[in-house]
Design a protein around this ligand. Structure first.
Ligand code: ADP
Ligand code: MG
Length: 542
């Protein structure tokens, strides 16, 4: 109900929409807008079935740009509740007031003098006990309504939304047209501040996505819109998550607010009456477009986690706002420049690291290095994992995975499930450099392994690779898991003492990878203590 009423308010060109609910909307739903209003002589008609002012002829149906078009919402709402509507257009000198009970007009009169429409829906389903029973608990209904208003507010940053539930304001957006400010209202300042802007050249995909470090453990923070209409779409979810591949830990999901603009004819929003489902004419194209746009945004930014954001280890406190200001300023300067100058050989992409000078090793686990702007602590295992991961992926892409033969083949045991998988996985295993043959029972011989696995644990790697083939129907996903597993077992362990040369090699390699800041599981590979942070810590600068 709330959805339909808000849609009407948006279709009417409102710039302010207030929604008030009581008792999860069961007692009261009130939607007040400042839109066009309904002309006096059309108010009663608007409650008749299939009366819509929005579609003139059937050719209009192909190019629906309004949210409503069926002329069903008002009559269906009125049929199951007590409705009280006051509306006024610019042309009418006074407003119109109409009262309906169970769909029948029970009162009519003059209304207030301000432009816009206010619809009161009371005692929902009271005259339809069977449906009343179907309403979920008050809190579930309330949560559902607040999700709907949230999505509308993300789709329409230029409209000022306010949602009040049982007298408490639950959501309020400024309506200033800036999507980031709506994100602030929903996810908070910190999150909004860290979100990365997405926008391809012709703005077919636009909005914000979270940096990998902000991922959530539930997939409930993905909002998609097609031509600003909120949709739920497995395709768009997959395209977005795919863009994060190699950046997110398993089980983690990004936050995203993305609008896809495509010609009305290329999309069918009419699949389901609730209209949150969508069907694209060319799914592959949409998938690629979204994945590319998100990936480009992520690769352009993916900044080193800033040590300033970590809890302060010392009792030294700088005022919160002071820190935020500085972080904000740095962010301004770091803003990815979309106009790159590929002619100049020194112009490195934003995500790449500066040249680092190695100072030493800490706790046999971290490499301490100095860059042009302060100190870097690099996790040797995570960094090496990232390097190997990209190498495996690159070798695989060229169908040229380097293998190492075993002087003596390694014997491994597979579980019955794994051995039954082996047949299907054999080809993939081979492509990644594993040659495995049966040796009787559950025992198998590994004759070759990928060279990048080095002296890493072959048994574990083979188990993981077979499991990845079993779990992932999707080839490219399985490929990534396999690469991550080879990288994990091939990478230098934490706790290993490294020589200066070994550290040098590792740091040169990490300077040159595509995404140096996170390991394939999404953990950071390094922490950056920038110069001004150090100066502040030592009280040299406030
Ligand atoms: P639809 O939106 O599919 O046209 P509805 O039953 O939702 O059908 O609304 C019927 C008609 O009432 C709309 O076509 C519109 O002309 C008018 N209307 C409804 N709500 C509003 C509103 N908030 N502001 C202006 N006009 C409205
Ligand atoms: Mg409508």
């Amino acid at each position: 109900m709330v959805k339909e009423l808000v849609e009407n308010a948006i279709d009417a060109g409102s710039t302010q929409i207030k929604i008030e609910i009581k008792h999860g909307g069961i007692k009261l739903i009130r939607v007040v807008d400042n839109g066009s209003g309904i002309p006096q002589d059309e108010v009663a008609l608007a409650f008749k079935r299939h009366a819509t002012s929005k579609v003139r002829d059937s050719s209009d149906l192909e190019n629906i740009s309004t949210l409503g078009f069926r002329g069903e919402a008002l009559p269906s709402i009125a049929a199951v509740s007590h409705v009280d509507i006051i509306t006024k257009t610019d042309d009418d000198s006074t407003g119109t007031h109409l009262v309906l009970h169970a769909g029948e007009i029970t009162g009519q009169g003059r209304g207030a003098g301000t432009r816009g429409t206010s619809v009161n829906v009371e005692n929902l389903f009271q005259n339809v006990p069977a449906r009343l029973k179907f309403l979920k608990t008050v809190s579930t209904e309330g949560a559902h309504i607040s999700e709907i208003v949230t999505q509308f507010s993300l789709a329409y940053p230029e409209i000022k939304f306010e949602l009040t539930a049982d007298g408490k304001v639950v959501l309020q957006t400024p309506g200033n047209g800036r999507l980031r400010d709506v994100v602030v209202a929903i996810y908070g300042l910190k999150t909004a501040d860290a979100m990365i802007e997405v926008g391809d050249n012709n703005l077919q995909v636009s909005g914000f996505v979270s940096p990998p470090s902000l991922a959530r453990s539930r997939r409930d923070s993905l909002s998609f819109f097609v031509n600003r209409r909120w949709v739920k779409s497995g395709l768009l979810t997959r395209a977005t998550e795919e863009a994060y591949s190699g950046m997110l830990m398993t089980g983690k999901h990004p936050i995203a607010v993305l609008n896809i603009s495509i010609p009305l004819g290329d999309v069918d929003v009419n699949v389901h009456p609730a209209k949150t489902e969508v069907r694209f004419r060319s799914e592959g194209e949409v998938f690629t477009m979204v994945q590319r746009a998100v990936r480009a945004a992520l690769v352009g930014e993916s900044s080193v986690p800033d040590s300033q954001r970590a809890p302060r280890p010392f009792g030294f406190s700088t005022s919160e706002t002071g820190v935020d200001q500085i972080v904000l300023q740095e962010r301004l300067f770091k803003e990815p420049t979309h106009v790159q100058t590929p002619q100049s050989p020194r112009a490195l992409p934003e995500s790449k690291l500066p040249i680092l000078r190695i100072i030493g090793q800490l706790a046999s686990t971290y490499i301490i290095a100095e860059g042009p702007d302060g100190m870097y602590l690099i996790d040797q295992h995570a960094a090496h994992e990232r390097i190997l991961f990209e190498k495996v992926m690159a070798q695989r892409a060229k169908c040229d995975v380097e293998v190492q033969g075993m002087l003596e083949p390694a014997t491994i045991e597979l579980s019955p499930r794994q051995s039954s998988m082996l047949d299907r996985a054999q080809e993939t295993l081979k492509a990644y450099g594993f040659a495995i043959e049966p040796f009787g029972g559950q025992t198998y011989l590994v004759r070759t392994a990928p060279a990048l696995l080095g002296e890493g644990d072959i048994t574990k790697a083979v188990h993981e690779v077979i499991d990845a083939c079993a779990e992932e129907g999707d080839r490219s996903k399985a490929g990534e898991k396999i690469a991550a597993s080879i990288a994990c077992h091939g990478a230098v362990r934490a706790g290993k003492i490294l020589t200066m040369d070994e550290m040098e090699r590792l740091v040169r390699d990490i300077e040159n990878v595509e995404s140096p800041h996170t390991c394939p599981h999404g953990r950071p590979t390094m922490v950056h203590f920038n110069t001004s942070h150090l100066e502040r810590e030592f009280g040299r600068k406030l």
